[in-house]
Design a protein around this ligand. Sequence first.
Ligand SMILES: [Zn+2]
Ligand SMILES: [Zn+2]
Length: 61
Amino acid sequence: MSEHYICTGTCHGVSETPGTCQAENCPQHGQSLESCSCTDDKHGGGQDVPAPDPESSESVV
Ligand SMILES: [Zn+2]
Ligand SMILES: [Zn+2]
């Protein structure tokens, strides 16, 4: 459940640290990675997530 950083481009890059996309053939190359804290490796950033989100309460910080 550790936070990670993902590229929203076509490379689907994942990093454990903040940074920028390193894939030169990705449209998001050089753009900042988006923080993500998913636990299912789906990085549900809000594209198409048909599954209902059971998280009705805030996560404990
Ligand atoms: Zn990328
Ligand atoms: Zn994720």
